[in-house]
Design a protein around this ligand. Sequence first.
Ligand SMILES: Nc1ncnc2c1ncn2[C@@H]1O[C@H](COP(=O)(O)OP(=O)(O)O)[C@@H](O)[C@H]1O
Ligand SMILES: [Mg+2]
Length: 305
Amino acid sequence: MIKGKNLHKIFESGVFSKRKVIAVDGVDIEIKEGETLALIGESGSGKSTLGKLLLMLTEPTKGEVIFKGKNLTKMKKSELRKIRRKMQLIPQYPDSALDPRWTIYESILEPLRIHGIGNDDYDKIKELMEIVGLKEDHLNRFPHELSGGELQRAVIARTMVLNPKFIVCDEPTSMLDVSVQASIINLLMDLQKERNLSYLFITHDLEVANIVGHRMAVIYAGQIVEEGVDILDEPLHPYTQLLVKSLTMEEDIADTEEEIKKTLKFGKGCKYYNLCPERSEKCLKETPPLVELDKKRKVRCHKYA
Ligand SMILES: Nc1ncnc2c1ncn2[C@@H]1O[C@H](COP(=O)(O)OP(=O)(O)O)[C@@H](O)[C@H]1O
Ligand SMILES: [Mg+2]
């Protein structure tokens, strides 16, 4: 369904100093039809940027995006516009996706208008409301009159109105109360089954990743460090091992966020070097490749190369 090949995104920040941040650093990724790839990693590791690259919402510094066999990075703007509606984003903050001055109905109708598919599709939108677990009555309300969970359901309705095939769910429940998180996740999983959708499901919650992901990828400092099925049952990369340990032992891994920031500027060597308990001299000199151990697992670590 969708493939990212050797994707890079370098941000230049600072008006005078031109500091470079390598947010995504050579990612190869593929998501099949009807499949969910759960992408886990800490804040600042490049998850959202990778999602936006696959949706072509941000232009890759290097690399290609292939959607249904078509190379989006080489496509004309007008062609890309048509394909865009098949690829959607469910963002972390539902209120960022809805205009506060518009009713829910107007917000859900807008994508249809933009793509010139419909100006007034009340029946279709009413049906969608039911599908996402809202009432017809919600259509006349404004975003501030809805709870966080209801808002996210409205965003999901807005996403589904264009019948997309591939959706990036960017931490779609992280801003919601724990009590409503499960119902939103279940809704997304039901929709996937009914509509055969492909998801990149971004989360930093390993339990959520385990539930939604057919496969999982762990990202650290812009690179995939481990990828496969049932990763968390038997993590191989030292960083994945730390993630799993911190989940079960509730250990704090907050200090790694600072480390990632420092690491984002480096070129050579393993990006996890500074924190890795199993580092060797080779790790400082050579970037470990992402090695396929068997059909089910890839790991970026010299230990397994
Ligand atoms: N538009 C931007 N301009 C400059 N730097 C950015 C921009 N977007 C993200 N970054 C930087 O890229 C890195 C990865 O960010 P992001 O993809 O948002 O990570 P995550 O979603 O995993 O928290 C961070 O260091 C972040 O500060
Ligand atoms: Mg993010």
